[in-house]
Design a protein around this ligand. Structure first.
Ligand code: MUC
Ligand code: MG
Length: 373
């Protein structure tokens, strides 16, 4: 008898952040993880996790909608199905449910975790094997205060935690943002790579002014300066400036990646499991980018440990991530629901090597942080 999916549990888990995390569209004091526990008839449990940022302020899925749509629509599609082919189950979800990429990504992670545990292989092994066991990780400066950001960056640099920094901007007037970023870059000097993420806050005219000033200040990469919908504008910015553009919200999946590249974009793409329905879709986007000569960056939706590790398994299989990764999510959270923390050291993080994800739930912590109402 082939093993089948028997039951899927979802839980909302609210974890406080170590400090307010200020983005152009929201300030986060807490991150909500949607934890998926997928039980199979052979007794294997697969874990998955979905996150977004600031309720509905980042995208069209909220933690509550992710839980509800898994419970109501996606779980019934999977229950009773053979567990063996993740590809067949991914296709089944996409055939019957439109959108909901973040919810699908959590289920795909749980399927791969179970498959790996069953076969005694890590998720990276299931994907053909890791090329890298230690991946570079940047830190995001988003306290909103210039001096606090400088102290935070210097401390992390001295601790050999991070040597690349991304500054969240777009909530303030462009001149104030440029002053803030230039002061941080001046304090860090050449030892650190400093980038910015505008999270779509500017129009193209403001972007031209802001990017010119940021380029002069020595900033290395400009992430999603204008609306995700303005692909022609993003192409124009990438052709106008020497400092490269990083497309984030504008590239959700391989189709977006193909369209942007075919229209003349040059620069880099941020990969995120949450944007592309999971590892399979994110790697499809990576392959399109590689074919088009576009660089890659391992992006985060500020996941906890499960989502971060799932991403690391995927990124570890890629030949090159020219801009490294931002898989720092667990470090932004005050606590964790896993038994072992990830090993962050020497400006990066180790890829866990046990079967599946290679991480285990701490049931007491889960009971403590799980939303009860
Ligand atoms: C984003 O848009 O890149 C990544 C780091 C961070 O602080 O927020 C995320 C989202
Ligand atoms: Mg971004």
């Amino acid at each position: 008898m082939p093993e089948v999916i028997e039951r899927i549990e979802t839980h909302l888990v609210d974890l406080p952040t170590i400090r307010p995390h200020r983005l152009s569209m929201t300030t986060m004091a807490c991150q909500t993880l949607v934890l998926v526990r997928m039980h199979h008839s052979d007794g294997v449990e697969g874990l998955g996790e979905a996150t977004t940022i600031g309720g509905l302020s980042y995208g069209a899925e909220s933690p509550e909608s992710i839980k509800c749509n898994i419970d109501t629509y996606l779980a019934p599609l999977l229950i009773g199905q053979p567990s063996a082919s993740v590809n067949a189950l991914r296709a089944r979800m996409n055939r019957h449910v439109r959108g909901n990429a973040i919810a699908k990504s959590a289920l795909e992670t749980a399927l791969l975790d179970a498959q790996g545990k069953r076969q005694g292989l890590s998720i990276a092994d299931l994907l053909g094997g890791a090329r890298h066991n230690h991946l570079p990780v940047l830190w995001t400066l988003a306290s909103g205060d210039t001096h606090q950001d400088i102290d935070e960056a210097l401390q992390r640099f001295d601790d050999r935690r991070h040597c690349d920094f991304k500054i969240k901007i777009g909530a303030n007037a462009v001149d104030d943002d440029v002053r803030h970023v230039a002061a941080i870059k001046a304090a860090l000097g050449e030892r650190a790579s400093v980038r910015v993420d505008v999270n779509q806050a500017w129009n193209e005219t403001t972007a031209v002014r802001g990017i010119a000033a940021l380029q002069d200040a020595g900033i290395d990469l400009i992430e999603q300066a204008i609306s995700a919908r303005e692909m022609p504008g993003l192409v124009r910015l990438s052709q106008r400036f020497q400092v490269p553009m990083l497309a984030d919200e504008a590239v959700q999946d391989a189709c977006d990646g193909f369209t942007l590249a075919a229209n003349g974009f040059s620069g880099a793409y941020a990969l995120k499991l949450a944007k592309s329905c999971g590892i399979g879709g994110a790697l499809e986007l990576a392959h399109v980018a590689q074919a088009a000569g576009i660089s890659l960056y391992g992006g985060t939706m500020l996941e906890g440990t499960i989502g971060t590790v799932a991403s690391l398994h995927a990124w570890s299989t890629l030949p090159e991530l020219a801009w490294g990764t931002e898989m720092f999510g667990p470090l932004l959270l005050r606590d964790d629901i896993m038994t072992e923390p990830l090993r962050y050291h020497d400006f990066g993080v180790d890829l866990p090597c046990g079967p599946g994800l290679g991480v285990q739930l701490d049931e007491d912590k889960l009971a403590h942080y799980r939303r009860k109402h």
